[in-house]
Design a protein around this ligand. Sequence first.
Ligand code: ZN
Ligand code: ZN
Length: 251
Amino acid sequence: MLVDSHCHLDLIKNSDPDTLVATAHDKGVSHFLSVSVDLEHFPTLLGIAKRIENVYASVGVHPNTPETVVVDVETLTSLADDSKIIAIGETGLDYFRTEGNLAWQQERFRTHIRAAKEINKPLIIHCRDAAEDTLRILREENASDVAGIMHCFVDSWDTAQEAMDMGFYISFSGIVTFKNAKTVQSVAKQVPLERMLVETDSPYLAPVPHRGTTNQPAYVRHVAEFIAKLREESFDTIASVTTANFFRLFD
Ligand SMILES: [Zn+2]
Ligand SMILES: [Zn+2]
């Protein structure tokens, strides 16, 4: 059994969520966390989660969503008031795709952490070229109270350690299977099994051997298989520990 801890079922084109979930089931993927990127599409996402068994969702505004989109704690907490909404995010910082003065992005990140703490649901953290500020804000806002997932992890071992010290789990995407992803691979080798998760981030970042095509939750199997080889563990070990970790984090 495997869990795709981060996908975007509502953003995968040319296929409907029911088919994607059925295809993934055939590959042993049993549970899915479909992550919110903005509030405009949130009703669709919630609809999918409520309709399909074992599909859960989060609520949040992605750091790359333009500055003009403003969100407050109350909106997030009231939208999260549903048993199928198990996390707040994805939130965090992205200094790669958004440039300039990013005080607004940091403020939006703080808002998400405050909302998560208020309703005691874990955070889904997106971090790109912003490890230092991400960790600093997580510390300043006492995000360890709720912790969560460092999704699509591509940062250093030091960053992984600091995040784990705050109670966060480290989630690896298809990037770990890419030939030149040496840093990610070395982190994936070192992260303690009880802190590791796997994800697709589909429709993005399809793992080898599907690199360059549209990603889908079924492909999380390739991520787990690659990590198993990398760590010289069995596939079953990686599948069962990452699944157990997911259920421990989300009760
Ligand atoms: Zn992300
Ligand atoms: Zn994502």
